[in-house]
Ligand binder design. Sequence first.
Ligand code: PEP
Ligand code: MG
Length: 573
Amino acid sequence: MKKLKGHKISPGVSIGPVYYVERTNYLVPRTYIKNDEIPLEILKFRKAIGKAITELTELKSLLKGKLRDDQLQLIDSQLVAMADEEMIKEVFRRIRKSKKNIAWVYHEIMTEYENMLKNTGSLYQSERVIDINDIKRRVLHHLIFNEKYNLPKIQTPSIVICERMSPSDLIHLHDQDILGVITRYGGFDSHTGILARALNIPYISGVDIDKINENSNVILDADNEQVIIDPDPILEHEYQERRKKFITKIKYFRVEGEEHKTKDGKQIDIYVNAGFFEEVKLINISSVKGIGLFRTEYICFEKNAIPDEDEQFELYTKVLLHMKGKPVAFRVFDFGRDKILDILDITALKGMEVLEDVGGVRFMLENPSLLVTQFRSFIRASKNGEIRILLPLVSKVDEIDASIKLFRKVMNETDCKSLGCRTDIPIGAMVETKTAIENLEEIAKRVDFMSIGTNDLAVYLLGKGRDEYMIKNHYHPEMFRAIKKVVEVGKTHKKPVYVCGEMAADPISLIGLIAIGIDSISINLSAFKTVVDLISRISFKEVRKMEKLILSETNILSLYKILKAKYDEIMSN
Ligand code: PEP
Ligand code: MG
């Protein structure tokens, strides 16, 4: 029995065998196969090589005339390396000997080859590494996603282990028997973290995963931030009981009541965040103000494609009808950063640099056909409820102007009268970049409301990686000062403001937010009960008195201590 430490990303406990997946740009499944499965795996490999060769040959003919001959030769050398007889023989030899599945074997051999080239010390050879990596990714793409996204098939309920996990990986694994997630890297505010909490999948990151064997049985105790490898039977039994309790708690989670007020009667509006219809179905409609953030890009992860206008229209309609007239803020697809779609043919889209760099509304403006389709489905769905539109990761004013102009154009082209659509759909901006904070006045003038995305704001304001374990961003004084500015500008321009990032779901930072004048939040359903409970215990007057102190603080740790002390005091009463 061995214990490893980590960081809690999503609470809960689970017990089970481990399932290792290796991530390149996507997950490489690692399973052992039976003798009689070898021919099928080899056939898969031949097909994948064939598809990759066709693809490269097509690429070469497309580029003819656009590139110089010596540049085109680079593609030829990739074609030669891809079909290299020695490499193919080695793949066949190793699959027979090791009984590892084909993607695993191929990934292993190509990685060894890359490492060998890297270690030669020659500049020429090290440049070839890029080529080899490219070939590896191209072939693996066809091996793993041969028709549809063919995810790693988990044979028995397991705890998935990998270096890092993307949101789309998690969505696909969720359909299978995934008991939990252990990764080396991954942040609390990452989308994978947000999703794991929404899907109630225990998740722990920052673990030295090399210390866990492929055939281990582990306990994932996210609540105590530890992984126990090969536990003894008594401990395992104890954890089985805890697991049962964890599952029961999920099943019976419910909050009643419409209004959420502090002890001294101040109303705090609570909206929820969602990304799937399944989540929406779990909302007790009478206890929420509405949906403050619907992350529409999650449907793309779920489908591995961008849904067409009718598919989008159907989903938005379903959500609006389910919410029975309560407002729903659908956010325009927010691709980019940790939400780069691996599976989509995004190379066919424009603005890849934007996507890797920022994404958000700027990427959508680079690809107006995506934005037009989405706007049209919002407009068509609008007759079914109180729809709002949110523009993600806005930084400059011209992005808002361009989006609103396009929205109006789509609206004018739609026969709103006969379709019964609304013509007064409010448009809001997500305030989550440093530039947005700088341009706040101008932004506020143009939009109907502002929603503060603290997860990205921490990245752009403090320069922190979202994939790092950075919960302490929630207590950074600069964050509070920036949020206060939004509160004030919102007041001046009479535009509603709410916080929809994870800072609002963290009870300790929430106290600070209320102290500086935030009275409207949108949080994950999994945090709802804790937040409602905290709000009912707060004395608004007392908490507001902390404002000056919070805004004049300069040190994260000191601010954390102030907020934590208040939290402890509130909870002990
Ligand atoms: C945020 O950045 O805080 C936010 C709510 O948006 P997302 O987490 O989807 O980027
Ligand atoms: Mg964001």
